[in-house]
Ligand binder design. Structure first.
Ligand SMILES: Nc1ncnc2c1ncn2[C@@H]1O[C@H](COP(=O)(O)OP(=O)(O)OP(=O)(O)O)[C@@H](O)[C@H]1O
Length: 353
């Protein structure tokens, strides 16, 4: 025992395969926590999971599970469970026996082994499939069986690499909910890798945005959405309006900002000083009927089920605005008066934030 922190801790991890793939990456996940890791293809997400699982060797850094340094412990003894994108079941072997393979401890009694397998099948809702063969399962059922096979070993850390990428959209939510329940119930620390930012925000109690082997921002989905640190994070999170302005004065955690003819007071990063700033504005943070607002005109209208999407042409550029569909939709060409009801001010102009 080298520490008392419960859960997974990664400290200064570097993985080099001829070129650096993971660069000085640190994270902490308490027991019962799910960190969703999202980032572009090739940024190192799978490498991170494989390194934590012990399938790849780090060049530098430490991996601790419940305070135990497992960096040099072999994969089979780390108590990590890794689930990949596609079901990886043994063909020609029943679901039940596939799950029992997860329990390779010869000292375990037959009865105890059966109880553990029954319980793993029950928690992943695959009891009714026990005698089926892998080729008789749908993609979603196959992934549930893989999760049961991983959970039957009672890992301390659960590593999920796009586990529902090949599962039809309508079934994904139920699998997410079961993962969430088991992570909390069993007190696991989980990393959930995905390409899909919506999935990351739904599944993770925190999200980590990765780029080029680094975590560039980490926090609750809401916090990261409202406070992007960079253009990269803002684009990935769907913060569609990135405006250049000038901070004219500061008051506590807020800045008075001029953007063209618009004057607004918005929350700002502590490093903001008077001068050029970048303002990140989510599409929900723009009001279209403000008495003293900038004049504009709706030049495109889209229906996105829960909300309408408007492109609004103004003096400060074309803004993307979302309004709930409960508000009467606005036809193309409608004149509007625009102001910002929220935003996040970072230092520097957005060409060089
Ligand atoms: N064994 C290896 N040897 C050399 N390079 C590797 C190895 N494994 C991965 N890489 C490289 O490391 C980088 C990160 O790969 P990784 O699979 O971790 O990315 P990823 O973020 O999971 O991508 P994707 O989302 O496409 O699955 C890539 O450039 C890849 O080519």
């Amino acid at each position: 025992m080298v520490g008392s922190v419960e859960g997974l801790r990664v400290e200064g991890l570097c993985v080099d395969m001829g070129s650096p793939i993971i660069r000085d990456l640190s994270l902490d996940i308490p027991r019962g926590g799910i960190l969703a890791v999202v980032g572009p293809s090739g940024c190192g997400k799978t490498t991170l999971l494989k390194t934590i699982a012990g399938l790849m060797k780090p060049h530098r850094g430490r991996i601790l599970i419940d305070g135990d340094d497992v960096t040099r412990v072999r994969a089979q003894s780390r108590q990590t469970g890794l689930v990949f994108q596609s079901p990886t079941l043994f063909p020609g072997v029943t679901v039940r026996d596939n799950i029992a393979f997860g329990l390779d401890d010869a000292r375990m009694s037959e009865r105890r082994r059966n109880d553990r397998v029954d319980s793993a099948m029950a928690i992943m809702n695959v009891t009714g499939l026990a005698q089926r063969l892998p080729h008789e399962l749908s993609g979603g059922q196959g992934q549930r069986v893989c999760l049961a096979r991983t959970l039957v070993r009672r890992p301390r850390v659960l590593l999920l690499d796009e586990p529902v990428a090949h599962v039809e959209a309508a079934l994904r939510h139920a699998i997410h909910a079961d993962i969430d329940t088991q992570v909390r119930r069993m007190g696991l620390s989980a990393i959930y890798v995905t390409h899909d930012i919506d999935e990351a925000c739904t599944v993770g109690d925190r999200i980590a945005i990765m780029n080029e082997g680094r975590i560039v921002q980490m926090g609750s989905p809401r916090w990261v959405y409202d406070h992007p640190d960079s253009l990269f994070v803002a684009h990935l999170m769907g913060v569609e309006n990135i405006l250049s302005g000038t901070a004219t004065a500061l008051r506590g955690d807020s800045a008075h900002v001029t953007i063209g003819k618009l004057r607004v007071t918005l929350p700002c990063h502590p490093t903001v000083t008077p001068g050029p700033v970048t303002v990140f504005v989510t599409p929900e943070s723009i009001a279209l009927d403000s008495p003293d607002g900038l004049t504009g005109q709706i030049i495109a209208v889209g229906f996105a089920r829960s909300h309408m999407v408007y492109d609004v042409e103004t003096d400060i550029g074309t803004l993307v605005v979302h309004e709930p569909t409960s508000v009467e939709p606005r036809p193309l060409g409608t004149p509007v008066t625009v102001t910002l009801t929220g935003g996040w001010v970072r230092p520097g102009s957005h060409q060089a934030p």
